[in-house]
Design a protein around this ligand. Structure first.
Ligand code: XMP
Length: 519
């Protein structure tokens, strides 16, 4: 196991990705909790992340001293290198205009090192990604420089005896082409860890952990139609069989064919006990006349909880005892306490709807078998569990569903138009072979009617907007650069085949300043 100490870098999660890609399990702990995490995890190697602060600032973060005394190998990246150098007796100097470096740089290898073994050769130069102001100026005892660059003479340093390494450049980003190999060297060759973190092994461990946690209890799992809750449910079903009950609330805001797909897959294919709650009328009734996006989100969140509670009561009434556990498909990025230096409360952009708040209300304990995984690892686990490819690769879909893709008032007619347009758009994307390149793609039905001409007649119908973005985590996103040919085909089909739409536009806003969804 590897412990990554987070000093607040934007790319700390990438370090974790690289370590796991090397087949080694790792966890991230914020620097304030690093000592506790170190004692709990008993890691065989530690990586210190980069961070936004300067070690020269009076109250800037440090690594717990025990890490350096524990005998485990340590790799410091950027701020991590500087912290290590400073804490072990070296000196860091503030960045000057001539020594600051942002972006692509070259390092020259001065010495052989276990870190570079088989990847970087002495006397040669290699491209790396730098982003730093300060730099190490004097080495602590025992260290030698192993690579250098024009503006960072101590670009990489090592104390091979203690197995301490520091690099000024970012190993974890794609712009350092050999970075992943160097991280692999650190965990395998330096720390001697073997590559045994596989999905097969994870599946067995997770099943054992679920059995240990749940004992002879019962678990309730809400299915959203998305990949996370589906994978969580399959895993729990493997662990405890029919003591799992799934609840699927059909709020009438799903995409075309979605409810049937979920029900067929779980009941028909896997034979997992499933309560299919038909609540279309309830949700649509409550949403009638509501135009405000936040209001919509709150109504849906509230009704969802009520529906879920009612189902839990029914399940408890079957004589097999009330479920004490609630399963959630929480992923690792939601779990990590990220290090924030801004201090201020963050602004609510959108009230996200999921089953948050439910466990406290219902006095249930949480089962979260995916809380150590990243999204693509969840997909790999889904494949391992035999989940069909079409389900595994699904784009994310928001809890409030089509309600937030229909700005203004919602009616069953508008939802039907939106469903048809969306299905055609996705069909074209799949036909063009672009589905997997895109993070999320969907249609939005605007509350605006415009004039058109079809055949010899005048039309006065709705505008449909198409959205497609690429993203890594949904936090930032770029619009997808479709060719005009593709957009033309999708627009023509939508206008021809969907009654009620006579104009199609494409959204070319990134996030920020836009958001992915329109509401
Ligand atoms: P935004 O629109 O904020 O969306 O850029 C970022 C990602 O989150 C999804 N999203 C939601 N997911 N409940 C969810 O489970 C919600 O209420 C919700 N709102 C937005 C959105 O689809 C995108 O992937």
């Amino acid at each position: 196991k590897v412990l990554i100490v987070d000093f607040g870098s934007q790319v700390t999660q990438l370090i974790a990705r690289r370590v796991r890609e090397a087949g080694v399990y790792c966890e991230i702990a914020p620097f304030q909790a690093a000592e506790k995490a170190f004692n709990a995890l008993n890691p065989k190697a530690v990586i210190l992340s980069g961070g936004p602060r300067s070690v020269l600032e009076p109250d800037s973060p440090r690594a717990p001293k025990t890490l350096f005394e524990s005998g485990v190998p340590i790799l410091g990246i950027c701020y991590g290198e500087q912290v290590m150098a400073e804490q072990l007796g070296g000196t860091v100097i503030a960045g000057h205009s001539h020594s600051r470096e942002f972006g692509r740089a070259e390092v020259e290898i001065l010495r052989e090192s276990a870190l570079f073994d088989g990847v970087w050769g002495r006397g040669k130069s290699y491209p790396v990604w730098m982003s730093h102001g300060d730099a190490v100026s004097e080495l602590p005892e025992g260290f030698v420089p192993i690579a250098t660059s024009p503006s960072a003479p101590l670009a990489a340093i090592a104390d091979e005896a203690r197995r301490f390494f520091g690099v000024q450049f970012h190993l974890e980003v794609a712009h350092t082409p050999d970075g992943a190999k160097l991280i692999s060297n650190f965990v395998h060759k330096v720390a001697g860890l073997s590559a045994d973190w596989t999905m097969g092994a994870f599946r067995q461990e997770a099943i054992a952990a679920i059995r240990a946690q749940v004992g002879s209890g019962r678990v309730l799992c809400g299915l959203s139609g998305g990949v996370d809750s589906a994978v969580a449910a399959l895993l729990i079903f493997e662990a405890i069989g029919e003591r799992l009950t799934c609840v699927f609330v059909d709020h009438g805001l799903l995409r075309q064919g979605e409810a049937e797909e979920v029900v067929t897959l779980f009941r028909g294919h896997y034979n997992i006990p499933l309560h299919h709650v038909e609540a279309k009328a309830l949700f649509l009734g409550a949403l009638t006349g509501v135009r405000d996006p936040e209001e919509k989100r709150k109504i849906i969140g509230r009704l969802f909880i009520t529906a879920f509670e009612a189902e839990a009561k029914k399940i408890a009434a079957d004589g097999r005892g009330a479920p004490e556990f609630l399963a959630q498909g929480t992923l690792y990025p939601d779990v990590i306490e990220s290090v924030s230096f801004s201090g201020g409360p963050s602004v609510t952009i959108k009230s996200h709807h999921n089953v948050g708040g439910l466990p406290e209300r219902m006095n249930m304990k949480l089962v979260e078998p995916l809380r150590e995984l990243f999204k693509d690892e969840v997909r790999a686990l889904g494949r391992e569990l035999g989940l069909p490819e079409a389900f595994v690769g699904r784009h994310p879909f928001p809890g409030p569903g089509l309600a937030i893709r229909c700005p203004g008032g919602i009616t069953p007619e508008k939802l039907e138009i939106l469903r048809q347009a969306d299905a055609i758009y996705l069909d074209e994307i799949r036909k063009a072979g672009l589905y997997d390149e895109i993070w999320q793609a969907f249609a939005v039905l605007l509350p605006v009617q415009t004039v058109g001409v079809m055949g010899d007649g005048r039309t006065y119908e709705f505008v449909c907007a198409l959205r497609a973005v690429t993203s890594v985590d949904g936090m930032t996103a770029d619009f997808y650069p479709f060719g005009m040919g593709f957009l033309g085909r999708a627009a023509t089909r939508i206008v021809n085949e969907v009654k009620g739409v006579n104009r199609v536009v494409y959204d070319i806003t990134s996030k920020p300043p836009g958001t992915i969804e329109w509401e």
